[in-house]
Design a protein around this ligand. Structure first.
Ligand code: AMP
Ligand code: MG
Length: 495
């Protein structure tokens, strides 16, 4: 491998490196023994401004796996702390990742290019600093699915296999995920300095976050309270979207909650199939802390930790700061409810608002839970019902009578929201996907890639997931739940 500097063509501007010198350790990553580009997200690469005409796959593989010299970059590993399952770790940080560069993309949006699996850093603790192919492909699929489902998220830019075999339960192919985010500032980034009593550093980070994400707050006398409000609002909106789609994040630790409001860290996450409010997939979430229906409460808990870090900035008088911050945290519930209900109205084809909508939505969910109905299939089938076709819904219920009683109330409700059935069905089909990353499918495509280096199944599933609202040709297998023999699904951290 050469050490000649790679010219990426990117418009690089490393503000984090420049403005927050005490918030990271410089780290360029380890060179992979035999890097190979196995997947590039071309549309995203183009938006970022990567010079694909002049960058060979070999150069891209070198650049996006770590250890290469890339013009204009100041690669670094960020410091952060975090509450993991409620217990505080004062020092986490990028243990196997680095921020390669901040880029101004073709829309002049500032975006981080991050490499995950690029080697041990000063923050690695006992970890090996590596990532492996299966979980990297999983993050690619889940993140791109979320993006296509209109959920704010980090996105996958590339997958590079390293040529190494890495020990997990057994030896598996090593890989690096290049991902893109509007920033990697987390609740845990604030906690890192707050836990050390360094409120000057917390202030620097808060000012940087305002400049980067909430510039309209800059001249506000209450900008730090404003920052808390904005982050609460972004998270309320985000978690409502997760809930509306049946997404279980699985590891909502404070280091995995962004200030930008993007979903981050696709370790043990999964989508539910049959509706179950208590759904948990992660092998380590034995207390169900991050179960599907606990996610809004988990968000409030995390945001309360964020608020604590900001208290000294909100007011030097704690007696002033605490009630103000508490009011903001207390408002999360209502704002979350509003986002969630707006999402449910859209899923149900309702445009206007009536007080009974909340009960209507909740009663449907109760029926789905009682009869273990597939969440995604049912909502998609409701558009058929609107157009007079009851076949698709009927087959999903064991006791159709309860559903029909609910349907009568829904029909009555729809009659008070005048729209043609075509318009209503079309609108519903834009929010109720046909394709989600179904667990058994995700496992199958990973297995083919891991065991046989066969990426064709991955590409096919990805194609369905990147157009989740449109019926695709030859994608039927992706729209149905796992066969019974697939059993209960468990996901693992330590990816
Ligand atoms: P996560 O559970 O992925 O959010 O990671 C929590 C913390 O563990 C972060 O500080 C990660 O950088 C670190 N970490 C996870 N896996 C590894 C690994 N294989 N090597 C080093 N650090 C890791
Ligand atoms: Mg994490």
């Amino acid at each position: 491998m050469s050490d000649i500097e790679i010219d990426s063509g990117l418009n690089i501007d490393n503000s984090f490196a420049r403005e927050l010198p005490d918030f990271y350790a410089l780290f360029a990553g380890d060179k992979a023994p035999s890097p190979e580009l196995v997947k590039l997200n071309r549309p995203l690469a183009q938006t970022l401004g990567l010079d694909l005409a002049n960058l060979s796959d070999a150069k891209l593989a070198e650049m996006l796996s770590g250890g290469a010299s890339v013009k204009g970059t100041t690669p670094l590993a960020q410091a952060y702390a975090g509450h993991q399952f409620g217990g505080f770790s004062a020092q986490l940080g990028d243990g196997r990742a680095l921020l390669l560069a901040e880029v101004l993309d073709s829309n002049q949006q500032r975006r981080d290019i991050h490499l995950k699996g690029s080697g041990r850093t000063v923050f690695s603790r006992g970890g090996d600093g590596k990532a492996v192919l299966g979980p990297v492909l999983r993050e690619y699929l889940l993140g791109e699915a979320m993006h296509s489902l209109n959920v704010p998220t980090t996105r996958a830019l590339a997958v590079v296999t390293t040529g190494e075999r890495v020990m997990r339960q057994h030896l598996v192919p090593g890989a690096v995920l290049a991902r893109v985010a509007s920033s990697h500032i987390r609740v845990g980034s604030f906690q890192f300095f707050a836990a050390r009593g360094q409120s000057d550093k917390v202030k620097l980070l808060a000012d940087y976050s305002i400049e980067r994400h909430f510039r309209h707050l800059k001249d506000s006398p209450d900008c730090y309270l404003g920052l808390l409000k904005e982050v609460c609002n972004k998270q309320a909106s985000l978690i409502a979207k997760w809930m509306n789609l049946g997404f279980v994040h699985g590891v909502m630790n404070t280091d995995n909650m962004t200030i930008s409001g993007e979903t981050i860290d696709y370790g043990p996450c999964a989508f539910i199939d049959s509706f179950d409010p208590a759904a948990v997939f992660s092998s380590i979430d034995s207390q169900s802390r991050y179960a599907y229906s606990n996610q809004p409460a988990a968000a409030i808990w995390n945001l309360s930790r964020f608020a604590e870090t900001l208290l000294p900035l909100i007011s030097s008088d704690a007696e002033q700061a605490i009630p103000q911050a508490t009011d903001v945290i207390n408002s999360f519930e209502q704002s979350y409810q509003q986002y969630w209900l707006a999402g449910m109205r859209s899923k149900l084809g309702i445009d206007n608002q009536e007080p009974e909508d909340l009960a209507l939505a909740n009663e449907l969910l109760q029926i789905l839970a009682a009869q273990k109905v597939d969440f995604t299939q049912l909502f998609r089938a409701l558009a058929n019902l609107v157009q007079g076709d009851s076949e698709a819904t009927k087959i999903l219920f064991t006791d159709t009578e309860v559903f029909q009683q609910w349907q009568q109330r829904w029909d009555a409700r729809l009659s008070r929201d005048p729209q043609s059935s075509e318009v209503r069905a079309a609108a519903m089909n834009k929010v109720n996907p046909i394709y989600i990353p179904r667990n058994h499918q995700v496992e199958q495509v990973i297995k083919a890639a891991e065991e046989n280096a066969d990426f064709a199944p991955f590409e096919k599933l990805l194609a369905a997931l990147t157009n989740p609202f449109e019926q695709g040709q030859d994608f039927d297998e992706f729209s149905t739940p796992a066969p019974d023999e697939f059993g209960c699904y468990t996901t693992y951290c330590g990816t």
